[in-house]
Design a protein around this ligand. Structure first.
Ligand code: UD1
Ligand code: CA
Length: 457
């Protein structure tokens, strides 16, 4: 067990050529967040004295993507290999500390696995985390002699016998800082890629008589290195399975655990049920008994207990109280607050509005910048005309009001409590409490009118 101060170094300077993307590899999204931020989160759980991220390719976009995080950043201006990358972080690390090196492109590692490595390593020892891969192609191979690790050979430098080795280097390495500095200074780049390989320090440690522990992890997925879009997609599925698995353990029901995506954090109460093709982004909170039916996108929102979201809704930065019913085909844009027992039906769009208890907006309606009281019924095809071409204005609808179908409410405008608006009206003036407002031209019958007929028929 390591007793020294722990410094973590995360390598994130590489371009990731195999991604074929303008976005630096470590910023490629995994469960809605940059790959690198998963490694940083895992690192923090080990409570190190400091975390240093080595960045380079992509320049300041990498630190900018993790803005607000307490991290030390070391620049590797030219990417000359993983050993060269670690060198950039070392000057600030005291010789008496222990260094844990992690790769920004190995994002699924769990803190428990790293803790186990720290557990078995003595202060003067070195340790690497390895795993047996069904397909070891592309990874560095662990060469052992009489069971002990003697060196690591990269895929491109390996002989055919070495390529047959299935135990691979995960990239995770733990060793005393003072000794590491010494070995890094001696690295050369005489290899297939002309790079300063971090992996070469293993053979140096062995030569110096240092105990090198090759600790084998059991889970291949956790140790996946992500170099291309195919591996990125595999990692995404593995991470989703993990997130959904944790939710199922906590009692959340899923129609199909493979057909849901959590891109952020999803908190669920008791007896929540989630049907297929639900996508959750950002911070989403589902109260007890919430049911999410198929094909829904819910982003940064909170749904109260007992709320049901029917298929095909889009909900963003909104909250509902208890027992609301949304959709099918409803859209809540940012700033919607629904109280309890509110119904929002098909083809209804609501934005920046409050809807009080028991109100219903059931069909084909746009509600924007509006405060709706309790037990209001908004008829089909109602539009709050909130925009005059230059400014937005609010609409207020009092408790118990009844808005007929096809009504235009020209904001700013106020409809009193208990008022009724006749279907088809365009309302521009305040409507007093309990009164009926009608704005329609008188119906006429044009006697003897004939429909036009097609020429020549
Ligand atoms: C590396 C290891 C290999 C291991 C595999 C595990 C070396 C030489 N090889 O190979 O043994 O099996 O990871 O996934 O260490 N990076 C820099 N600066 C550089 C080069 C790379 O910061 O100059 C960073 C990259 O951003 C990446 C990590 O180091 O996060 C690994 O680099 P990569 O080029 O992907 O190495 P692999 O070929 O995958
Ligand atoms: Ca890699």
């Amino acid at each position: 067990m390591i007793g020294l101060g722990l410094s973590i170094v995360i390598l994130a300077a590489g371009q990731g050529t195999r991604m074929r993307s303008d976005l630096p590899k470590v910023l490629q999204p995994l469960a809605g967040r940059p790959m690198l931020s998963h490694v940083v989160d895992c690192s923090r759980k080990l409570k190190p004295s400091d975390i240093c991220v080595v960045y380079g390719h992509g320049g300041d976009t990498v630190p900018a993507a993790l803005d607000g995080q307490e991290l030390r950043w070391a620049m590797q201006a030219e990417q000359m290999g993983t050993g060269h990358a670690v060198m950039q972080a070392m000057p600030e690390i005291p010789d008496g500390n222990c260094v844990l090196i992690l790769f920004g492109d190995v994002p699924l590692t769990l803190p428990e696995t790293l803790a186990r490595l720290i557990e078995v390593t003595g202060d003067a020892d070195m340790a690497i985390l390895t795993v047996d891969m069904d397909d070891p192609t592309g990874y560095g191979r662990i060469v052992r002699s009489d069971g002990s690790v003697v060196r690591i050979v990269e895929q491109k430098d390996a002989s055919s016998t070495e390529q047959a080795i299935t135990e691979i280097n995960t990239g995770v390495m733990l060793c005393p800082a003072g000794a590491l500095k010494k070995w890094l200074d001696r690295l050369g780049n005489d290899n297939a890629q002309g790079e300063y390989y971090l992996t070469d320090v293993i053979a140096m440690a062995v030569t110096d008589g240092v105990d090198v522990h090759g600790v084998k992890a059991t889970n291949q997925e956790e140790m996946m290195g992500i170099n291309d879009k195919k591996q990125l997609a595999e990692a995404e599925r593995a991470l989703q399975a993990r997130l959904v698995g944790d939710l199922m353990t906590a009692g959340v029901g899923f129609a199909d655990p493979a057909r849901v995506d959590i891109r952020g954090s999803l908190r669920c109460g008791k007896d929540v049920f989630i049907d297929v093709n639900a996508v959750f982004e950002g911070d989403v909170d589902l109260g007890d008994g919430v049911v999410i039916e198929s094909n829904n996108l819910i982003r940064d929102s909170r749904l109260g207990a007992g709320t049901v979201v029917h298929p095909n809704c889009h909900i963003e930065r909104s909250t509902t109280g208890a027992n609301c019913e949304l959709g099918p085909f409803a859209r809540l844009r940012p700033g919607v607050e629904l109280a309890n027992n509110v119904k929002v039906g098909n083809f209804v769009e609501i934005k920046n509005s409050n809807v009080a208890d028991g109100s219903k907006v059931n069909h084909l309606t746009y509600i924007g910048d509006t405060d709706i009281g309790t037990k209001v019924n908004v008829g089909a095809g109602t539009i709050t005309c909130n925009y005059d071409g230059a400014n937005k204005h609010r609409t207020r609808i009092g408790d118990g009001a009844f808005i007929g179908s096809g009504v235009n409410l020209i904001a700013p405008v106020e409809v009193g409590s208990g008022a009724t608006i006749g279907a088809g009206s365009t309302i521009t003036k305040p409507v007093p409490d309990d009164e009926l407002a009608l704005e329609r031209s008188k119906q006429t019958i044009v006697k003897g009118w004939k429909r036009p007929v097609k020429k020549g028929s």
